[in-house]
Ligand binder design. Structure first.
Ligand code: PMP
Ligand code: GLN
Length: 386
């Protein structure tokens, strides 16, 4: 393994899901739903397979039906208008979109600012692209009870070598949703310092309470400098299909596509037709999905609190970050490695998402995209921990 990748090892998700399998513990680690997405969308995939749509290499940018559905979704939801022919690229999940964007846009040595804790593929992809990551730490805010971005810290992190801001909202693992004001400040900074922005919005439909997802591309001066990434994995509960997409200006989409064509060339065909249908589902699909996840969030968050964890109520995503110190614990790694034996539950130590590991040490993430009965059983088991 080369020096760029040596520090990364095996992803925590593979490690923890393997632990769940070998111990039979309830897996609240890796973020994948235990209920598949809508039947009619699965049927659409079967129809595409049977009718011979997408069984051979689909077009490089993605099938026209999906590109059109992506632009219709962006227009309907956010009033953002993109040209399906020049401003959309279908990717093998958001993961490939992130990799291709960074590989296409970074010169060796360029600095990339990303929030810490960050989704683990960010660090590895920045490294593969020869970039340097500059973390800006989201810290727990006592009064707000959420992890918050310090805008001054973000501004101070920008140097003459900064090329790109890598943003993620709603944010995995903290569940923080950036506010309109925070996003406006980020946009102003990007314009002022002439930075590119790659924004990972895979949890765009998973926002709760008063929170609102506002795409960064919708702020003044941002459309032409922003690569927006989303994915069907989260919104439609098909994480195994690996269909994601990028929307951006023609120049940026062309750049990302230059990298994508040599990574996977194209993404799996039949699923693209099915996801096109998923994006065109009536609004009730999205509201029901959100309501269902909100109920699950409330169940797990309340249960974790009763079990003695300090809970940071997430405004978005399907993860709850907790602090284990009230349980008399301080090392999330050790806690998560022992939890399957101790309680029959698997969780993720947030420290893996930090450069400053000590900052993330006491935090542990639980996923709530699971059936109600599973969450109830997990809570019951976790109450035995304290
Ligand atoms: N970004 C974030 C923030 C994620 O949590 C995930 C995990 N699914 C991804 C990207 C990857 O998405 P996909 O499965 O579509 O590759
Ligand atoms: N995004 C999911 C998570 O954060 C899983 C991603 C993965 O397994 N690579 O848990």
């Amino acid at each position: 393994l080369n020096r760029r990748l040596a520090e990364f090892g095996t992803t925590i998700f593979a490690e923890m899901s393997a632990l769940a399998l070998s111990t039979g513990a309830i897996n609240l680690g890796q973020g994948f739903p235990d209920t598949d997405g809508p039947e009619e969308v699965r049927e659409a995939a079967v129809r595409a397979l049977r009718d011979g749509r997408g069984n051979q290499y689909p077009p490089g940018p993605g099938v026209p039906e999906l590109r059109t559905a992506v632009t219709a979704h962006q227009r309907r939801r956010y009033g953002l208008s993109y040209d399906p022919d020049t401003e959309v690229l279908v990717t093998a999940g958001a993961t490939e979109a992130i990799a291709a964007a960074l590989l296409a846009l970074l010169e060796p040595g360029d600095e990339v600012i990303a929030f810490e804790p960050y989704y683990d593929s960010y660090a590895a992809c920045i490294a593969m692209a020869g970039g340097r990551r500059v973390p800006v730490t989201l810290r727990p805010h006592e009064e707000e009870g959420r992890f918050r971005l310090d805008l001054d810290e973000l501004r101070d992190a920008v140097t003459d070598r900064t090329r790109l801001l890598l943003i993620n909202t709603p944010h995995n693992p903290t569940g923080t949703v950036l506010t309109r004001e925070e996003l406006a400040a980020i946009a102003e900074l990007a314009v002022e310092r002439d930075l590119l922005v790659v924004t990972d919005e895979v949890y765009e439909h998973l926002v709760f309470d008063e929170a609102e997802h506002v795409p960064l591309a919708s702020f003044p001066g941002m459309r032409e400098r922003t690569v927006t990434i989303s994915s069907s994995g989260k919104t439609f509960s098909f994480t195994g299909w690996k269909v994601g997409w990028v929307t951006a200006s023609p120049e940026l989409v062309t750049a990302v596509r230059s990298a994508k064509q040599y990574l996977t060339y194209v993404s799996a065909g039949p699923f693209q037709y099915a996801v096109a249908e998923a994006l065109s589902l009536p609004e009730s699909y999205f509201t029901d999905f959100r309501a269902d996840m909100l109920a699950k969030r409330n169940l797990l968050a309340a249960g974790l609190e009763e079990a003695g964890f300090r809970v940071f109520q997430p405004s978005g995503t399907y993860f709850v970050t907790t602090d284990i110190r009230p349980l008399g614990e301080s090392d999330g790694f050790a806690f998560c490695r022992g939890l399957p034996e101790r309680a029959g539950v698997v969780a993720i130590p947030n420290a893996v998402f930090y450069d400053h590991r000590e900052q993330g040490a006491p935090f542990v993430r639980f996923a709530f995209c699971k059936r109600t009965g599973v969450l109830e059983e997990a809570v019951r088991r976790l109450k035995g921990v304290s």
